[in-house]
Design a protein around this ligand. Structure first.
Ligand code: CKZ
Length: 826
């Protein structure tokens, strides 16, 4: 509309949050939006009505936020991520906009079961694990802190697969999460950008005779925006998460239609829309598939077009001021092609000269590294790049040329150094190193925990650290207390608030005030009561789901995370087997009943990880059915670990397993969620565990095993797992049971590959080296658990001292030290 229409006098302004108004909205939504009669409506219909009732109460804040950003045009943060693992939005949205209590009352009075309704919602599982969940926590904190921010990603039609366990094996099922519609998203059919692929580059001289470049004869895909409001907690700021869906471009549809080939036209349309079809279910292992590179460029190109369009909408903005208004954070190297795309836009569209374009680009971008594992470092074959993005390949070569010249001036004659830092890997085939592109294209790169950042400086980024030491900074991860405390553990949250008020929800450091109640026996009792009820609830779930009975008075020992060799779920299994042997052979003096709970997904192509899942289920089967165990040990693998299941498992944990080989887990964030909910940690000095122990005190933390430096040294000096095998009879006993098929009587050789991995194949992650220390520390865990008061005391201290690990703290650090953006006043 050209004319601005004033809706002020029509406005059903700022829908009220009182019980009666909520009830009216529920009835209205059911009739007018869902189109269902209350007499025939299902739980799903009521969920949809409820979601619209909540959603309507976020709209005006959302629009007001967008309007004020447009008017004030502050510097904004753009968080570019291939993954946003946000989970369900119904309860989180209610909590953040202050609707939770009245909504519950409204539903109760109407006879609606809110717990039944919220179960209907599908998780938005648009991520693999920690990296994707971190992006979701960051969005919550950005809004809560009133920081002008936009999340950009892909609207995958299929998110993370659903994991079913059939006969003990993982089976993947597609996650058709949009089947019943998504009440939180707004399709923006008019926000549509053209993304180019393929073609070729032509050079031409401009009016001044300078060589310019045109990218022509491309194959195009359209990117259409879907927007989701992200309300902050107890603030009116509501930011936007914009996810792109691929749509066929009109152009090449027409081409085939013109040739009269209708079927071919429709087929091609399908092919281009496949771009946003599915999330790659890998965590750490790159697979080099062409479609993945296309996904990366697709969302990067659409996002940069959108960012620049918004920037130039303000006539006062000139291209040279871009870094004053735009900060772009790259979540790992997945969006790193953005560096080349920004250069292309500045050079070919805005006709800047190289040096100016480069200066602007590096001031705009920053990059977060999430892992040092070599198999996770993305490289793309030059051949593939040339075919899909020929102009970008030219630009990357040019960036490399300038960078190599700079380095050779700094360190004359060091040819090996030049080879190592080059953006191009030469052997065995030419590949582009995305981490190098992201690093040279950014003014800051960060690790996600102190140890990880130090290891970046001393290992894979050591050369860059020499070249540019101030570029590498640390931003220790955090988690949002709104989801991982308020929502996951309403009972614990209320108990805490009854003692210290509600300030901790947005200033987690205030949890320290709980320390004064550490030895208060009434508080201890209430605290224990919350944990006991969370355990009873989980036991009920497990009973329904797996038909296994858990004892809520046993110690709940929890390892929940992706299944990976470096995370050492196998070490957990070796402990389970050892404990089983000690129990059935009466080698335990004063046994503490334990329930070992494991959950996590394996990448579908990761054979060893899938074998580990089967082993866990095989061991569980034997242990849970052996009468000699006398209720002293239970083991369960909970299927389909996701944000929703995490919310049920984490509050029920007594013990948190964080046992990765030191130097391998960049940070971990599950470790923080578990400790915040009162679990004590048994772990290695790895990732953020190091800082967690520093905060809560070494007396309140079960640390064992090699340090990162010791692990590196052991590997360097020649590690022989057989020495440990022969040196420890209980370890040998446990391993021999794997080798001999004790847990797989129906197929005696089934677990041999895992035995071999830990012995003759070298045990790359040093499980056998850490085994004895781990088992010994588990004995300390038992000893402490026997002393209820001492355990509860430490558990309370863990909660009280976890304040540092709020994502609000993390985001404040990014805002000041990397983005230079301000929190807005509201
Ligand atoms: O990031 C978390 C950290 C964890 C770290 C995890 C991560 O392991 O310690 O707490 C948040 O900082 N995830 C990835 N790298 N580190 C990662 C995720 C997805 C994918 C890759 C790495 C992925 C890859 C490589 C997806 C598809 C293809 C390739």
């Amino acid at each position: 509309m050209k004319k601005k229409i004033n809706t002020q006098k029509f406005k059903y302004s700022h829908l009220s949050k009182d019980v009666a108004s909520i009830q009216h909205s529920l009835a209205d939504s059911l009739t007018y939006t869902i189109g269902k009669d209350p007499h025939t409506s299902t739980a799903r219909d009521w969920f949809s009505a409820a979601a619209h009732t909540v959603r309507n109460r976020m709209m005006e804040n959302w629009m007001e936020t967008m309007r004020s950003y447009q008017k004030e045009d502050p510097k904004r943060v753009y968080y570019l991520s291939l993954e946003f693992l946000i989970g369900r939005l119904f309860t989180s949205s209610m909590i953040n906009v202050g609707l939770y209590e009245p909504f519950k009352q409204a539903a109760d009075e109407m006879g609606l079961d809110l717990d039944e309704l919220r179960e209907v919602e599908s998780d938005a599982a648009l991520g693999n694990g920690g990296l994707g969940r971190l992006a979701a926590c960051f969005l919550d904190s950005l809004s809560t802190l009133n920081i002008p921010a936009h999340g950009y990603g892909i609207r995958y039609e299929y998110g993370m697969f659903n994991q079913q366990i059939e006969n003990g094996y993982q089976v993947e099922h597609p996650d058709n999460w949009l089947r019943y519609g998504n009440p939180w998203e707004f399709p923006r059919a008019e926000i549509l950008f053209c993304v180019h692929f393929g073609g070729r580059v032509v050079e031409y001289p401009d009016e001044e005779g300078k060589i310019r470049h045109h990218w022509v004869d491309t194959t195009d895909v359209m990117a259409m925006a879907y927007d989701t409001p992200i309300p902050g907690y107890a603030t009116s700021t509501t930011n936007n998460m914009r996810l792109w869906a691929a749509k066929a471009s009109r152009d090449f549809e027409l081409q085939y239609f013109n040739e009269g080939n209708y079927i071919k036209a429709v087929q091609e349309k399908n092919a281009s829309e496949n771009l946003s079809k599915v999330l790659y279910p890998n965590d750490t292992t790159t697979n080099g598939k062409e479609l993945r590179l296309k996904q990366q460029f697709f969302f990067v190109s659409a996002s940069l077009q959108d960012i620049l369009r918004r920037f130039f909408r303000n006539p006062a903005n000139q291209v040279e001021n871009l870094p004053d208004k735009v900060a772009i954070q790259m979540n790992d190297t997945h969006p790193a092609v953005a560096v080349a795309e920004m250069m292309r836009l500045l050079l070919d569209t805005h006709h800047l000269d190289w040096d100016q374009a480069w200066e602007l680009t590096t001031r705009i971008f920053s990059y977060t590294n999430h892992t040092l594992l070599p198999e996770a470092l993305e490289t793309w074959p030059v051949e593939m790049f040339e075919r899909l993005l020929p102009r970008h390949l030219q630009i990357i070569y040019e960036i490399n040329h300038h960078f190599i010249r700079h380095v050779s001036h700094m360190f004359p004659g060091d040819m090996e150094l030049l080879k190592r830092v080059s953006l191009i890997q030469e052997e065995p085939e030419k590949r582009i190193r995305m981490a190098h592109l992201a690093t040279v294209g950014s003014h800051r790169i960060n690790g996600v925990a102190r140890l990880h950042t130090e290891l970046m400086k001393s290992t894979i980024f050591a050369d860059f650290y020499r070249i540019c030491p101030e570029k590498i900074v640390n931003m220790t991860n955090g988690v949002t207390p709104r989801l991982w405390m308020l929502q996951a553990n309403n009972e614990l949250s209320s108990l805490i608030s009854s003692k210290i008020g509600q300030g901790w929800i947005t200033d987690l450091s205030q949890l320290r005030q709980l320390e004064q109640f550490t030895d208060d026996s009434a508080f201890q009792q209430a605290f224990r009561h919350v944990k006991r009820s969370k355990k009873a609830f989980l036991a009920e779930r497990v009973q329904q789901l797996l038909k296994v009975e858990l004892n809520p008075d046993s110690l709940f020992d929890v390892q929940v995370k992706r299944i990976h060799e470096y995370k050492r779920q196998l070490l957990n299994v070796l402990h389970a087997i050892t404990r089983y042997n000690r129990i059935r052979h009466n080698r335990l003096e004063n046994p503490v009943p334990r329930t070992i709970i494991v959950a996590g997904k394996a990448a579908p192509g990761y054979v060893t990880a899938k074998r580990i899942i089967k082993l866990i289920n095989d061991v569980a089967e034997v242990v849970n059915n052996d009468p000699a165990v006398r209720g002293l040990l239970k083991m369960v693998f909970i299927p389909n670990y996701s944000v929703s299941t995490a919310l049920e498992i984490i509050p029920a944990a007594d013990l948190s397993e964080q046992i990765s080989t030191a130097g391998t887990e960049a940070s971990g964030t599950g470790n923080m969620k578990l400790a915040l909910n009162g679990a004590l940690t048994i772990g290695t000095l790895d990732g953020a565990n190091v800082e967690m122990r520093e905060e809560v005190g070494e007396d309140n933390f079960f640390i064992f095993g090699l340090t990162a430096a010791e692990a590196a040294e052991l590997r360097r000096d020649g590690y022989n797992p057989w020495d440990y095998y022969h040196g420890n009879w209980e370890l040998r006993e446990a391993l021999d049971m794997l080798r001999d098929g004790f847990f797989s009587p129906d197929e005696l050789t089934r677990h041999r590959p895992l035995f071999d991995l830990l012995t003759e194949q070298g045990d790359h992650y040093l499980l056998l080296a850490d085994y004895a220390a781990y088992i010994a520390m588990q004995e300390n865990v038992d000893a402490l658990y026997r002393e209820q008061h001492a355990w509860t005391r430490k558990s309370i201290l863990n909660v009280a001292r976890m304040g540092k690990f709020s994502s609000d703290r993390t985001i404040s650090e990014y805002a000041r030290q990397i983005w230079q953006v301000e929190q807005l006043k509201t």
